[in-house]
Ligand binder design. Structure first.
Ligand code: C2E
Ligand code: CA
Ligand code: CA
Length: 734
């Protein structure tokens, strides 16, 4: 219906139109940024960001509408009624807040898009027409109903599309967030501006109309104020969002570096644990890990035995020892020996199942821990596979080699607990070896009744370390002619609380087998040096001989340990004698040789123990630069009855003297033996005939220590010098 008065033509101030569109787009952009902060934040923060977004969006859209109205040039003076103007702003802010409440929901549903769109559109329209009403024209605005409807529909469509776009933008990942937000802001901002200008086009302003609120809020200055205030609000919103982004980025960076540091720590820790439990040469488990796994396996098996659970719970230990490894190592060099061990370990690991453990527990000794077995036959089958695998030719640097191994089998339940199982498997392995090697044997308890004691002995010895159960006794070595004290040999004594004294001949091999010999040897060395220092403090220089086992000499840092001990007690190296058995002294090219050379360089004297029981030639002793040779007591025992023994001792003494070595005969029990040894030219004698091993106070009480060489003389002698053999007495007839 056409009006019965003339309508004013609609002319717009284009820069202000552009400003209004810019405000709409910018406010949507800032709002989207704030919404992104709200999403994923905790409830309070999300509410804050939602509220801030509502304020920014509502004010922005309202400002766009206000500027849009100001852009319209009307022929009459206009102003805005403050109450309705404020109401339109409140409608805008509450509509926007509600829109953000919808956008911050976890998911976009059809209900939100289809229901929220028109509802928000209605809010936008309500703001627009409330704002228009603030003009208070008389006669009033003439509305083009079709365009009003079009503006309403457009508002609903823009709001629904806006919701969808807001959700879509929230799903974007870097680096698409900025661009996505910009595009969405442009679409929604233009849409909202479109709604405004469509609604404005629907309004016809009578040419003669009077603005009743011309005295209210004044147009142009108010427009500038709204534009500036909105810009400030938007910029502050932007800044807050950017600040939050920086804080978040820093927090993310910190969390990431924390995570990295954690991962690094975990890796280092795992590496350390792996190294502590791994054999460095072959990469399979070491003795410590094997013992641990065995104990766990036994505990599991026992639990299932106690409360019968269906399944296979047998545990077997297979002890695998390479036949004839030493000749390979000695003859072809350690590199070949090492490579052979690595290849054997790899073959054993290849045939083991996931639940099994392969470990290297001695130089050429491996063990397999087999779990979840239902019978001994399964363990025997694995032993056969081991024999077959090791029997295949090995390719070593520049040569091929075929060897064999011996496998001992022990199984629980049947052969005992965790500690015994290993000892049983070793015993079985020795039986297999005794049968010629290249075969397997199962432990037979009946054939080794004493074996079960070995495990108990290991356990008790471990417990005895550091307690008064272990003590050092000292046995004098006397000058063959004058019978004056020439030195003592330190011999370890163990008094078990129940069994009483246990011979070192029994417990030393056990300690060697279970790795206890190293701490035990350290203790002996320390106690011996302490005793040397105590005697030295009284002015007596008593050389003390300490027995070193091969295992100790294969410790790469043994010489440093000896040096540290000597220094700790303030003892001259010349007063310490290191007794090693022939076989260890003759190990070629290994750590033991290096350690012996280092000990010699320190000034420690070297003595070959039990000479005559090994296969060494006197010529190789020369290379070793030992200072002393102890003739095994087997020869001494047979001296009186066996002419061969006498001939051997005679030859040994002559050759040893030719090489400048001091000869000691041990196990001298009778005056007759003493006479013969003296006649043969032995320098020093040791045995029950003179004194048994005894504690230091007993030695002192017997007046033996006082007869030792005064300390002064010894300290003035050159440190590395070999003591001159004592003057030979005139030979007596044998
Ligand atoms: P060994 O080094 O040959 O020590 C000499 C052994 O002969 C000692 O036996 C000693 O008591 C014994 N003996 C001394 N005089 C006579 C005698 O006149 N007649 C007889 N029949 N025997 C005599 P012990 O103390 O039982 O030591 C046995 C072995 O144990 C030692 O043989 C040595 O190999 C080892 N051993 C002892 N203490 C230690 C130690 O601290 N460290 C190491 N690695 N081995 C030790
Ligand atoms: Ca000895
Ligand atoms: Ca000996």
């Amino acid at each position: 219906m056409s009006p019965d008065f003339l309508l004013a033509p609609q002319r717009y101030d284009l820069p202000i139109v552009a400003l209004s569109v810019l405000i709409a787009c910018f406010s949507v952009y800032v709002t989207l940024d704030l919404v992104r902060r709200g999403r994923g934040a905790d409830r309070t923060a999300a509410a804050f960001w939602g509220l801030a977004g509502g304020l920014v969006l509502g004010t922005g859209v309202w400002a766009m509408h206000f500027e849009g109205m100001l852009a319209l040039r009307l022929p009459m003076a206009v102003g805005y009624e403050p109450g309705r103007t404020l109401l339109s702003w409140l409608v805008a802010v509450s509509t926007a807040s509600w829109a953000l409440h919808l956008v911050l929901r976890p998911r976009l549903t059809w209900g939100i898009a289809l229901g929220g769109g028109p509802a928000l559109g209605a809010g936008v329209c309500a703001m627009h027409f409330t704002g228009m009403a603030a003009l208070q024209l008389e006669p009033g605005v003439h509305w083009n109903v079709a365009l009003v409807a079009a503006a309403g529909l457009l508002a609903c469509a823009v709001c629904a599309a806006g919701l969808v776009l807001c959700f879509a933008v929230q799903q974007l990942q870097r680096p698409w967030i900025g661009a996505g937000q910009g595009a969405a802001a442009l679409v929604i901002g233009l849409g909202l501006a479109g709604v405004h200008y469509t609604a404005m086009a629907a309004a016809g302003f009578p040419l003669e109309a009077l603005c009743l609120s011309a005295n209210g809020l004044d147009g142009s200055s108010l427009g500038a104020l709204v534009a500036v205030a909105t810009a400030v609000l938007l910029v502050m919103g932007m800044l807050a969002s950017a600040l939050e982004e920086r804080i978040q980025a820093r927090a993310r960076g910190l969390a990431q570096s924390l995570q990295q540091a954690n991962a690094q720590l975990e890796r280092a820790d795992a590496e350390r644990r792996r190294q502590a439990l791994q054999d460095p040469l072959t990469g399979v488990a070491n003795l410590a890990l094997f013992e641990n796994r065995l104990a766990l396996a036994m505990a599991r098996a026992q639990r299932h035995q106690a409360a019968p659970v269906p399944g296979a719970w047998g545990v077997a230990v297979l002890c695998v020892d390479v036949d004839g490894f030493k000749p390979v190592n000695d003859g072809w060099g350690h590199a070949s020996g090492d490579e052979l061990l690595r290849q054997i370990a790899a073959r054993l690991a290849a045939l083991a199942r996931d639940v099994d453990t392969v470990a290297r527990v001695g130089s050429d000794e491996f063990v397999l821990l087999l779990e979840e077995l239902s019978s001994l036959d399964e363990a025997v089958a694995v032993a056969r596979r081991v024999l077959h695998a090791v029997a295949q030719p090995f390719t070593l640097p520049q040569r091929r080699l075929t060897i064999s191994c011996s496998v001992g089998i022990a199984m629980a339940p049947g052969h005992g607990d965790a500690a015994r199982l290993f000892a049983c498997a070793e015993t079985a392995m020795r039986s297999a070896k005794a049968g010629g090697g290249g075969g397997w044997a199962v432990f037979e308890a009946a054939r080794h009744p004493g074996l079960f004691d070995v495990a108990e002995l290991q356990h008790a010895l471990r417990a005895a370390l550091g307690t008064p159960q272990l003590q050092l006794h000292f046995q004098p070595k006397v000058d063959a002619g004058s019978a004056a004290l020439a030195g003592v040999e330190a011999l370890l004594r163990w008094t078990h609380p129940v069994r009483g004294p246990i011979s070192p001949a029994e417990f030393i091999p056990v300690a060697e087998r279970c790795g206890l010999i190293v701490p035990l040897g350290d203790w002996v060395l320390d106690a011996a040096c302490a005793q040397i220092a105590a005697w030295a403090a009284r002015g007596c220089a008593v050389p003390v001989a300490v027995n070193f086992s091969g295992h100790q000499l294969r410790q790469p840092d043994m010489a440093e340990r000896v040096e540290r001990t000597l220094r700790r007690h303030g003892v001259p190296a010349a007063l310490l004698v290191c007794e090693v058995t022939e076989s260890v002294a003759m190990e070629h090219g290994g750590t033991a040789q290096r350690v012996l050379a280092e000990l010699r360089a320190l000034g420690v004297k070297l003595s070959i123990d039990d000479f005559g029981t090994g296969y060494s030639s006197l010529a190789s002793l020369r290379q070793l630069q030992v200072q002393e040779l102890k003739i095994d007591r087997g020869f001494v025992r047979d001296l009186a009855t066996d002419p061969d023994a006498r001939a051997v001792v005679d030859a040994v003494v002559r050759l040893a003297h030719a090489l400048g070595l001091v000869v000691v005969a041990e196990g001298v029990e009778t005056a007759e033996q003493r006479h013969v040894l003296l006649a043969l030219g032995c320098d020093q004698l040791q045995g029950y005939h003179f004194a048994r091993p005894m504690p230091a106070p007993a030695l002192e009480a017997a007046g033996l220590v006082a007869a030792a060489q005064p300390l002064r003389e010894l300290l003035h002698a050159p440190l590395h010098a070999v003591p001159a053999p004592p003057p030979k007495p005139a030979r007596q007839g044998a």
